[in-house]
Design a protein around this ligand. Structure first.
Ligand SMILES: Nc1ncnc2c1ncn2[C@@H]1O[C@H](COP(=O)(O)OP(=O)(O)OP(=O)(O)O)[C@@H](O)[C@H]1O
Ligand SMILES: C[C@@](O)(CCO)CC(=O)[O-]
Ligand SMILES: [Mg+2]
Length: 378
């Protein structure tokens, strides 16, 4: 039997980091996906005593015998509860880390460890100790601010929940999930995301699960209906970074300067709310005026992110380069490198700015904003 799932990456239009501290943020799904395929061997097959993970786009394979997994991961052999998401305890996470270490991941790819831990936790919590080959590939750059960690957790969970469900109408095409299943998927994916982000707000797994565009504040989700064209250039600085470290850096700064940091978070909250209002507004305001307001809000948001300590010289270079072409940019996701968003007002020709950014070694692309969330295929 085979089950497939896919989940999109995302951009954060406003509110990253502040959202971890209770502010509002606005995010949208993009049409770049992480794909997960589960292959279950026949009882008689020779590999029916193993769990194998293949990361296709980086040509790596990891494998564990089911006996080794059972021995290392604390579990209760009678209760497997896919319908009740639970958190990975510190003790379990330590045991899982040992199983990951035993795989001798190449030093240059050691950043994969948290993703593999998330894989082992979600797989064994939802499907138990059953044999399978899990194939993952992704169109998203890893650790670049486009939500690769959340897309992994969401796509994997969607495939696992689909395979544990009795209701498998074979269709051959991508199927969206109903509200109840989306809620369950999102809760499990949040538990997976915790292993990678440390203290996630939940916005990335939520937008990857639900798709479209959302306003998010302390777990409360408001789906947004955009009433204007919204085009963004995405520039990957190719500077690697890690969301967990950046999130914890902001918390440290908050611990040192609570009042100042809370003022920044409050300002971000106002920016995100205003942005959501503009995007949804059906009033007489012209698209050009709306675009001018969004530009200004992005500029302010970037200034506040810089004050939180999550910008980077490569991000500043992108901002200055696009400013020469009268375009406004802000970092997206956790910052510290990674990707930068540039608003492309109606009629913008991007060729010259893209040429200049690429000449500096950056990678530019456009993605369609506000599309599908998680989907499954039997
Ligand atoms: N397809 C994948 N396979 C295995 N691990 C993955 C995969 N995608 C992401 N990861 C894990 O997620 C980590 C990157 O997550 P991180 O949160 O730092 O960045 P991001 O999610 O791309 O950006 P952001 O959180 O800012 O949106 C990788 O180092 C890896 O451990
Ligand atoms: C930096 C952050 O706000 C967004 C990362 O895409 C972290 C999170 O919300 O989990
Ligand atoms: Mg992430």
């Amino acid at each position: 039997m085979e089950v497939k799932a896919r989940a999109p990456g995302k951009i954060i239009l406003a509110g990253e980091h502040a959202v971890v501290h209770g502010s509002t943020a606005v995010a949208a799904a993009i049409d770049l996906y992480t794909y997960v395929t589960l292959h279950f061997p026949l009882q008689s097959a020779k590999n029916n005593d193993k769990l194998t993970l293949q990361l296709k786009d980086i040509s790596l394979e990891f494998s564990w015998s089911l006996d080794r997994l059972k021995e290392a991961i604390p579990h209760n052999s009678t209760t497997l509860c896919p319908s009740k998401p639970t958190s990975c305890s510190d003790q379990t996470l330590k045991s899982i880390a040992v199983l990951v270490e035993e795989q001798n991941i190449p030093e240059a790819k050691i950043w994969l460890s948290s993703g593999i831990s998330t894989f082992l936790w979600l797989y064994t919590s939802i499907l138990g100790f059953n044999p399978a080959t899990v194939v993952i590939n992704s169109e998203l750059p890893y650790g670049s601010g486009l939500g690769s960690s959340a897309a992994l957790s969401v796509a994997l969970t969607a495939a696992l929940l689909a395979s544990s469900s009795s209701d498998k109408a074979r269709s051959g095409g991508w199927l969206s999930l109903d509200e109840t299943n989306l809620e369950l998927l999102n809760k499990w994916a949040f538990e997976g995301e915790k292993i990678i982000h440390g203290k996630p707000s939940g916005i990335d797994n939520t937008v990857s699960s639900y798709g479209n565009m959302i306003k998010f504040c302390s777990g409360e989700i408001t789906r947004l209906q955009s009433n204007m064209p919204l085009r963004m250039l995405i520039t990957n600085t190719r500077v690697g970074r890690n969301t967990k470290a950046l999130v914890s850096g902001v918390s440290e700064r908050k611990r040192r300067h609570p009042e100042a940091m809370n003022s920044l978070f409050n300002a971000v909250d106002s920016i995100s709310k205003e942005l959501a209002t503009i995007i949804q507004s059906k009033d007489e305001t012209s698209v050009t005026e709306k675009e001018e307001s969004i530009k200004e809000l992005m500029e302010m948001n970037q200034g506040l992110l810089q004050s939180m300590g999550v910008s980077h010289s490569s991000i500043e270079t992108v901002i200055q380069t696009t400013a020469k072409h009268k375009l406004t940019s802000k970092l997206t996701g956790a910052g510290g490198g990674g990707c930068v968003l540039t608003l492309l007002p109606t009629g913008t020709v991007v060729d010259k700015v893209v040429e200049e950014l690429e000449a500096s070694g950056f990678q530019c692309f456009t993605a369609s904003i506000g599309g599908n969330g998680a989907q499954i295929c039997y």
